[in-house]
Design a protein around this ligand. Structure first.
Ligand SMILES: NC(=O)c1ccc[n+]([C@@H]2O[C@H](COP(=O)([O-])OP(=O)(O)OC[C@H]3O[C@@H](n4cnc5c(N)ncnc54)[C@H](O)[C@@H]3O)[C@@H](O)[C@H]2O)c1
Ligand SMILES: N[C@H](C(=O)O)[C@H](O)COP(=O)(O)O
Length: 349
């Protein structure tokens, strides 16, 4: 599955201009993070201003895609956007939304066009993008659409796409990964009240298939072990505390097992994250966002990485959000962002 060229740089998006994303980028550039070259689709004025605010003396080099590797030897390569982003730390503004979206679109296209080998995205503020008309719940879902647009549509036009057929849409799957624990929310950015209806046997089965496939292909785990959480307390307590575990989750697990995948469950979610339990699986499939992300962030907030599985390219992101309370102060911890760069580098080699 990996098709990227290791000598290519990694493309960064800019993230929410008012959040900590821009300062994480300049911190990483300043640290010459493990020398895996990267560039950013961003606003050079904003990035310079943010570097100055947090006391970093950083050379910003505006360039085009062809010049990014050479520019990385001199500083932070920035491929300029058509849209501007205001430098107002802690004060998100819909005026920056077009730049945020453009940055994501161009980073994905840069991989498709062979200018980059992976995409790393600092956090976005979803609500401000919704106000600007953004139709996707978050990056994960938007990246799935961009993959379809650039890989599937190219396949339909007969262009080479590394084996992608023109019929099957990409299904992005969120995984929060760390050495401590890896979790996959089957439903992602939806209100809790909609989870039971959204949770179908097919959705759980397909999410499990994609997770197992990408753990093999991208993480070199020969026979991935999946632990599948139940939806209800005590995984439904034999139907006494809810029917979904036996009616929906268990049949999906049976289908995964029939495909040769080592999937177990439905397991009571409250007892599957303690240290001994975590030794028994490579990823926990969880039924809703916080069932997955709360344990992952509790156990590994500073180093966990958000990875999108199911795409024809590597995408990672830190596990935290925009942290408006820290933006512009220089106090944000860059470790999850640096881990995202390292993992993107490793996965795309
Ligand atoms: N990848 C993404 O795009 C992504 C991920 C998560 C949240 N978000 C967005 O971020 C916004 C804010 O979300 P939130 O407040 O729930 O979570 P958050 O992660 O931004 O902040 C939660 C707490 O953690 C702290 N924190 C976060 N990152 C930190 C860092 N690097 N160093 C030190 N402390 C840090 C913050 O100061 C805050 O106290 C929301 O709009 C959400 O949609 C985006
Ligand atoms: N659900 C993620 C989290 O809470 O960390 C976050 O919102 C990021 O999602 P995207 O990568 O889809 O934007």
């Amino acid at each position: 599955m990996p098709t990227e060229h290791p000598s290519l740089p990694i493309a960064l998006t800019m993230g929410e201009p008012a959040g900590i994303g821009p300062e994480l980028i300049v911190m990483a550039a300043s640290a010459r993070h493990e020398a895996a070259p990267f560039f950013v689709y961003g606003d050079a004025g904003l990035l310079s201003a943010r570097a100055r605010r947090i006391g970093l003396d950083l050379t910003i080099v505006e360039t085009d895609e062809a010049g990014t590797l050479a520019a990385f030897t001199r500083g932070l390569p920035v491929v300029p956007l058509a849209n501007a982003a205001p430098d107002r730390p802690g004060r998100p503004d819909v005026a920056g939304a077009a730049a945020v979206i453009e940055s994501i679109e161009r980073a994905v296209l840069s991989v498709r066009r062979g200018h980059a080998r992976a995409v790393v995205t600092p956090p976005i503020m979803k609500e401000v993008l919704y106000r600007a008309g953004f139709r996707h719940p978050g990056h994960t879902e938007f990246l799935g659409e961009l993959a379809c647009r650039h890989w599937q549509d190219d396949a339909a036009q007969g262009l080479a796409t590394g084996g992608q057929d023109r019929e099957t849409p990409f299904r992005p799957v969120m995984m929060i990964w760390s050495e401590t624990v890896a979790v996959v929310p089957v439903t992602i950015h939806i209100p809790l009240s909609r989870v039971p209806a959204a949770l179908t046997e097919d959705l759980i089965y397909e999410t499990g298939l994609i997770t197992a496939r990408d753990l093999k292909a991208r993480f070199n785990i020969a026979a991935p072990r999946l632990a599948v959480a139940g939806l209800n307390p005590h995984a439904g307590e034999n139907g006494a505390l809810g029917s979904e575990d036996s009616a929906v989750v268990a049949p999906a697990i049976a289908r995964l097992r029939a495909q040769g995948i080592d999937a177990r469950g439905p397991l009571p979610a409250d007892t599957m994250f303690h240290a001994r339990a975590r030794q028994t699986y490579d990823a926990a499939l969880c039924m809703y966002h916080d069932q997955a992300l709360a344990p992952a962030k509790a156990l590994a907030f500073d180093e966990a990485v958000n990875v999108t599985l199911g795409l024809p390219f590597v995408r990672t992101s830190p596990d935290h959000g925009t942290a408006f309370d820290l933006a512009g102060t220089g106090k944000a911890n860059p470790s999850s962002f640096l881990a995202s760069l390292s993992l993107a580098d490793r996965m795309s080699r």
